[in-house]
Design a protein around this ligand. Structure first.
Ligand SMILES: C[S@@+](CC[C@H](N)C(=O)[O-])C[C@H]1O[C@@H](n2cnc3c(N)ncnc32)[C@H](O)[C@@H]1O
Length: 385
């Protein structure tokens, strides 16, 4: 009897702790949202006002020719307010429906607008009024520039944590992108779970974000500038891997990595020995029943802009007409996504199990990739002009 009463009290106590924790997270989220809205809505005029070189990091992967040309066509006023930290332009977008989480002034959305073509659709979502009006102002300009009979891009106000409130339907999107935004959110599990819900099966989340070299101390979270710059909320890069897999995504594939340099000495003092890097990952929502077997694959040279070689990520480069062995997860990605028609795939159980296994941690760290490529601040051309 005593035991039963104790158990009842213990479970009531645990329930109230969980409720308290949820309330705390909600309170913290709304305080952070207000601070970030203020930071990007009124405090920052142009990318030069950022306290890091984040908006200036050069991609460790060169931009494809068509993306480069599209970037040159984006209005200079839009580019002036670019606050991203990487490039979020995956291959083969013609006809796709794409959502940009935290679209800001819309630079990436307008590049995507060109690449998805008139049959495709781009939605930019942002919580800050000033950003929504700044981007909406240039929709017609880009529609005319690209010669479309009607706009293929819309900007909607909303929170990444609640995509249904912004009328984004579940399983409705081919590709999700985001550029330096998830580091501004305290509740990354909710953001990534929402992303998972709205992607179609076989869809891709391709995003750049700021990562920390270790778990960021709680004291950083009290500082509004560290939040605004993404440093307080940056995820320890290793935590991304467990988080996305736990939600149901594939292993993240690292595409690009660059060191981020903090040039404000006061902020340098505050962050101490925590280092930051920008990382671009591609992550897939695979069908639940997808078979996971190793395979021999041959790239056909058919992805636009990639006639000789398809650089899928920093450790997979598929040369045209050359057969290679891939691990079970990569085989599932190539079979179940928009790249399925670009490969000849032969499933095999008899391949050497040690060859080309699941990406190793050394292939997933944006810090190691940046070290390898020596990429950080170089001469920067963030506008493409
Ligand atoms: C660092 S800026 C990046 C903007 C844009 N992606 C770019 O590359 O220029 C971050 C943007 O994310 C938006 N944002 C931050 N947290 C958000 C949230 N929880 N939901 C929607 N938008 C958010 C901010 O309003 C801001 O415009």
């Amino acid at each position: 009897m005593v035991c039963f009463v104790l158990m009842k009290y213990a479970s009531a106590f645990l329930r109230s702790l969980a409720v308290q924790r949820k309330e705390q997270t909600l309170k913290m989220s709304s305080a952070v949202h207000e601070n970030v809205k203020n930071y990007y809505g009124s405090r920052l005029e142009t990318s030069d006002d950022l306290q890091t070189n984040a908006a200036c990091v050069l991609p460790s992967k060169p931009l494809a020719k068509t993306a480069c040309e599209a970037l040159k066509q984006v209005h200079p006023d839009v580019c002036k307010r670019y606050f991203g930290c990487g490039l979020v332009i995956p291959e083969k977008l013609e006809g796709c429906k794409v959502l940009d989480l935290g679209s800001g002034s819309g630079r990436d959305c307008f590049v995507l607008s060109k690449l998805v073509g008139e049959r495709g659709q781009v939605i930019g979502l942002d919580m800050t009024d000033e950003m929504i009006s700044a981007s909406q102002k240039y929709v017609q300009y880009h529609q005319e520039k690209f010669g479309y009979s009607k706009p293929n891009t819309v900007f909607v106000k909303g929170y990444m944590e609640k995509l249904s409130d912004a009328a984004i339907q579940n399983k409705s999107l081919d590709v999700l992108v985001s550029n330096c935004v998830i580091c501004l959110c305290p509740d990354k599990r909710t953001v990534l779970s929402e992303a998972f819900k709205v992607l179609k099966e076989g869809g891709e989340l391709y995003y750049s974000d700021m990562y920390a070299s270790k778990a960021v101390p709680d004291s950083f979270k009290e500082d509004p500038v560290l939040w605004g710059e993404g440093m307080a909320g940056a995820l320890y890069w290793r935590d991304l891997i467990t988080l996305v897999k736990d939600i149901g995504f594939s292993t993240p594939h690292l595409v690009a990595g660059s060191h981020i340099v903090v040039h404000n000495s006061e902020l340098q003092r505050k962050i101490g020995d925590v280092k930051y890097a920008s990382g671009t990952y591609r992550i897939f929502k695979l069908p639940q029943n997808s078979t996971k077997s190793k395979a021999l694959v041959t790239y056909k040279g058919s992805v636009p802009d990639c006639a000789d070689c398809f650089e899928f990520d920093s450790s997979h480069s598929f040369k045209t007409n050359v057969q290679v062995q891939v691990d079970a997860e990569m085989a599932a990605i190539l079979q179940n996504t928009r790249f399925s028609t670009d490969f000849d795939i032969t499933i095999s159980e008899t391949l050497d199990p040690n060859e080309n296994a699941t990406p190793q941690v050394c292939h997933l760290s944006p810090f190691l990739l940046a070290d390898k490529l020596g990429s950080s601040v170089k001469q920067c051309s963030k506008t493409g002009h």
